[in-house]
Design a protein. Structure first.
Ligand SMILES: Cc1cc2nc3c(=O)[nH]c(=O)nc-3n(C[C@H](O)[C@H](O)[C@H](O)COP(=O)(O)OP(=O)(O)OC[C@H]3O[C@@H](n4cnc5c(N)ncnc54)[C@H](O)[C@@H]3O)c2cc1C
Ligand SMILES: Cc1cc2nc3c(=O)[nH]c(=O)nc-3n(C[C@H](O)[C@H](O)[C@H](O)COP(=O)(O)O)c2cc1C
Ligand code: SF4
Lengths: 434, 444
């Protein structure tokens, strides 16, 4: 069994699975149970400034999107940062950290965008023995209206400024948590780096309305007939999060900046994917909220087994392994030609591939007598839609055409050389026309 | 040419080889990977799941199913096998309908449980198919333990002891290890010689030697074992069979169902295995059902199970009863055997109707005669040849805690020990738990 011990910013944890700042990490009771269940670390539920805590709504704060069999795919929430007094949280954090020195404990913080506010809270956090802090610049609701959370996260200059204050008044690692509610995530990441951040974590939740009740005409979750946009998370946001992570990982401005990956991580495989895209560890919220703390056992055993298979002895071995393969569209090889292929032995003859291709793609699937579906190579552009809609795994596959063969669609020979859009004759800005 | 089902007497070769092959194929064929994925997806990953509580070996079922979901069937198998080293056999033979699947929240809500048994089979098949044995022995403790009986209880105990670093010698009276996994369990539940393959796989932990044809009471004595070993675990099962006490019981054509089942299990060629035209099985447990179904599968024309109480009192579960009737077995309730008739061999059986009067079962005086050229007695097995020193509880070895008997240094578990149902999985649990207790005592 591969050793999952992870070193992130000099903070070690027995595995790369941390619980993200959210209800699962809201109090000592939860965090102790999480550690007992095997989580490697926690980012404590976001702390606010001294004084009366924020208040939450007293009606439903979550909405959900389901897949078949009521599987929870997306969760949306209108919860705020911790609604418990600062002192209580700090005392609990200190107690838990003392009892679990081998686990990572990070304090998430969101206080007003004033130097004094940060200067006041940071020494008190340091006293708890927490291993580092995470700046919550991401919360998209409730706090942003107060000039905190994503209101800060959307302005790179503020991020840089606040990060700098934190580095000034706190001597342990500073992680900046990014909001996805922004057009180009590379900007806030670069700002964090410029401010001296040790790492970024992402994503926080995405602005969302999960559903509208068509009888009451209120968005859900509905509080007394009204709803407000919430933050979306869970399996549905994973592709968005991974794209953002990869952008930061391959951006020259932030090259080498450690990343803590968050967003929809539910299984070991999700975690491995985030790590391969450049994350030094991962954080989980919705999966724990859906299935309980115990899921970490599946994550840990699955990741460890996969690492054994691949010969990795440390998580570090594959951090960012996929990053070099993330490129811009214009550099993709246009001489790579594939065709869809339907395995007749596996086909259950539902005809979904036919409907998809005939109605919405390239009319490249024929329907014969007895519902036999076959790909017409003369028409197939290898778009992959049939593969994606087929209910049977591996029944339709994409087969690469070998160099030298003739593509029946274009009548042209498949070239073995690499050629991309920047070199293509149709491109008015093509560099070297051959 | 096959003789056909209507040829009279006890005959071999009633069916064609194709029919025999179909009949004795896997009762629950294994899942293909996609089927396993769909089945696994139905699990809700319940908190403090009822299925785990219902499993006598406490397998972490939600976790192993989640590992299958996550594409890690080998990890799932490890989760299973770390609690139940015979998880492969249990996946095939456990009456899941009265254990884990009965309490699955989806059974309760929709009448359609997550198919835990088949998922368990999927995971364990993948791991065992890969040839891997995921457990390692701890450092040698220098302690030696004798295990008597190589059935599920003995094997589970031996494996756990070996894993904990002790040296184990298993003695078994039979010529092959496996106990009822090898000689009892229905052939269509453990196809392809799975029982021996599983024993071979289990022994790969190392530190266990198996001595067959070595019986306690016939060469081996409890005293001798106690002197030669640091601890003894008795797992001898129930080697004796109960008597019917009906007239004509000694006629040719009347057999013990367990012998019949064991012969069918050990047969090299089922085509050569004889079975009657009219078979009547006496009893109401798993053994009765297995014997009846096997008779039918071998080509008997009429097979009747005659049970002295009603359907709900039957030891065999509803699933087993339905299995029998689906194969064409007739279940007769509230009848008890009075006499086996026939000149030189059995030809008919006379059954008397029964009724419960003031809580006791009594014959009503009315009777019925069925044609019967073969009568199979499946009225229970019992403990035989227990060393005198051991105290009994009822007619089984009395134990307290994790299998401690009245004799110091001697533990017992499985069917031969009092308490628990007589099931493969219970035997495994008792063997494992006794091993933990033996380990604790040996280290103290
Ligand atoms: C026909 C039949 C069908 C069954 N079907 C099922 C089923 O589908 N599912 C299920 O869960 N359970 C089933 N059972 C019950 C299950 O097989 C038993 O509960 C289980 O095998 C008990 O395990 P054990 O290790 O205690 O004993 P056994 O499996 O009986 O093993 C005892 C071992 O001890 C050996 N032995 C006996 N005496 C001595 C001696 N004096 N010295 C040395 N060795 C000795 C025997 O040779 C044997 O190998 C069935 C039982 C029968 C009879
Ligand atoms: C109910 C709820 C409350 C949250 N509260 C916070 C918070 O206080 N601070 C914070 O940084 N993120 C908060 N988050 C965001 C999560 O930490 C995480 O970034 C997000 O849910 C994406 O991960 P996931 O898909 O694993 O849930 C919250 C999320 C949820 C669902
Ligand atoms: S989970 Fe249900 S019971 Fe618990 S606080 Fe929320 S609404 Fe109440």
């Amino acid at each position: 069994m591969a050793d999952l011990t992870t070193d992130f910013l000099g903070i070690t944890s027995p595995n790369p699975f941390w619980l993200a700042s959210a209800p699962p990490t809201d109090k000592e009771y939860n965090v102790r149970r999480a550690f007992e269940a095997g989580w490697g670390g926690v980012v404590w539920k976001t702390l606010g400034a001294e004084g009366p805590p924020v208040v939450n709504v007293n009606g439903p704060r979550y909405g959900a999107i389901y897949g078949a069999d009521r599987r929870l795919l997306g969760l949306n929430n209108i919860e705020l940062i911790t609604d418990r007094p600062l002192e209580v949280n700090l005392e609990e954090m200190a107690r838990v950290k003392a009892d679990y020195p081998d686990r990572a404990l990070i304090a998430s913080i969101m206080v007003p965008c004033e130097e004094g506010a940060w200067k006041a809270i940071l020494p008190r956090v340091a006293e708890t023995g927490a291993d580092g802090i995470e700046l919550n610049f991401g919360c998209p609701h409730g706090m942003s209206e107060r000039g905190m959370g994503s209101a800060v996260g959307q302005v790179p200059e503020y991020i840089e400024m606040v990060t700098r204050w934190c580095k000034k008044y706190y001597d342990r690692p500073v992680i900046v948590k990014l909001t996805p509610n922004i057009t180009d995530v590379r900007k806030p990441a670069a700002a964090a780096k410029n401010g001296g951040a040790d790492a970024v974590s992402l994503i926080n939740t995405i602005n969302s309305i999960t559903s509208v009740n068509l009888d009451t005409m209120s968005p859900e979750p509905s509080i007394d007939g009204k709803g407000s946009h919430g933050g979306y998370c869970g399996p549905a946001v994973k592709p968005i999060a991974m794209s953002m992570v990869s952008e930061i990982a391959r951006n020259p401005d932030t090259l080498g900046l450690p990343i803590s990956g968050i967003g929809g991580i539910t299984t070991w495989r999700d975690a491995a994917e985030f790590i391969s895209l450049g994350c030094g560890n991962v954080q989980v919220c919705t999966a724990a909220m859906t299935y309980g703390f115990k899921i970490v056992e599946e994550m840990a055993t699955g990741l460890s087994k996969w690492m054994d298979e691949k010969g990795h002895t440390n998580v570090r071995d594959f951090v960012g392994q996929a990053v070099p393969n993330v490129t811009d569209w214009q550099y993709l090889n246009l001489n790579y030609i594939a065709k869809a292929k339907i395995d007749q032995d596996q086909c259950i003859k539902c005809g979904r591939c036919y409907a998809a291709c005939e109605d919405t793609s390239h009319q490249a699937i024929s329907m014969g007598a007895d519902r036999v579906f076959e790909v017409i190579d003369e028409e197939c552009v290898a778009c992959n839609l049939c593969v994606d809609v087929c209910p049977v795994e591996d029944c339709i596959t994409m087969e690469q055409m070998q160099p030298g063969a003739v593509d029946p669609r274009t009548g042209k020979r498949v070239e073995e050389t690499y050629a991309n859009w920047t070199m293509h004759p149709n491109n008015p800005m093509a560099k070297a026309a051959e | 040419m096959a003789h056909g089902q209507t040829a009279p007497g006890i005959l071999a070769g009633r069916l064609s080889s194709e029919e025999i092959e179909t009949n004795f194929s896997d009762l629950h064929p294994p899942y293909a990977p996609h089927e396993a994925a769909v089945a696994a997806d139905r699990c809700y990953f319940c908190h403090d799941a009822p299925c785990v509580t219902a499993c006598p070996t406490d397998i972490d079922i939600p976790l192993f199913i989640r590992q299958i979901q996550g594409g890690n069937p080998e990890g799932a198998a490890e989760t299973i096998l770390s609690q139940n080293i015979l998880g492969g056999m249990c996946a095939r033979v456990c009456p899941t309908e009265t254990l884990c699947e009965e309490v699955c929240v989806r059974e309760v809500a929709e009448g359609k449980p997550v198919e835990i048994g088949r998922l368990q089979r999927f995971a364990t098949d993948v791991l065992m198919g890969s040839g891997e044995h995921p457990f390692m022995r701890a450092e040698d403790t220098g302690k030696r333990v004798a295990v008597v009986g190589a059935g599920p209880a003995g094997l589970a105990c031996a494996h756990r002891l070996a894993m904990l670093g002790h040296q184990v010698t298993i003695y078994d009276a039979n010529s092959k290890p496996g106990g009822l996994n090898e000689y009892g369990i229905a052939a269509y539940k453990a196809t392809n010689d799975f029982a021996q393959a599983e024993v071979d796989w289990l022994l790969r932990i190392g530190g266990i030697s198996v001595e067959c044809n070595a019986a306690l009471g016939n060469g081996l004595t409890l005293e001798g074992l106690r002197e030669a070993f640091d601890a003894v675990f008795l797992a001898v099962g129930l080697a004796g069979v109960n008597a019917l006490r009906a007239q004509g019981e000694d006629k040719p054509g009347v057999h013990h169902a367990v012998d019949f089942i064991s012969e069918v299990r050990q047969a090299d060629d089922l085509l050569k295995h004889p079975v009657g035209r009219h078979v009547v099985v006496i009893g109401g447990g798993m053994t009765a059902i297995d014997a009846a179904v096997k008779s039918k599968l071998l080509g008997a024309e009429h097979v009747t199970v005659a049970y002295r109480r009603g359907a709900s009192a039957m030891g065999a579960s509803k699933f087993e009863q339905d299995l029998a009737t689906s194969k064409g077995v007739k279940l007769m309730f509230n009848v008890q055997p009075r006499q086996v008739h026939g000149e030189d061999a059995a030809t008919e059986i006379e059954l008397e109707y029964t009724a419960s009067v003031d809580g006791t079962l009594q014959g009503t005086g009315e009777s019925v005669r069925l044609p019967a050229d073969q009568v199979l007695k499946a009225i229970g097995q019992r403990l035989e040849g227990v060393p005198d020193a051991l105290h009994l509880n009822g007619n089984k070895i009395a134990v307290i805690g994790a299998g401690r008997t009245s004799v110091e240094g001697v533990w017992a578990g499985g069917d031969c020990a009092a308490g628990g149902e007589d099931l493969t999985v219970t035997a495994v649990a008792e063997g494992r738990d006794a091993a933990m207790d033996i380990d604790a005592v040996l280290r103290a």
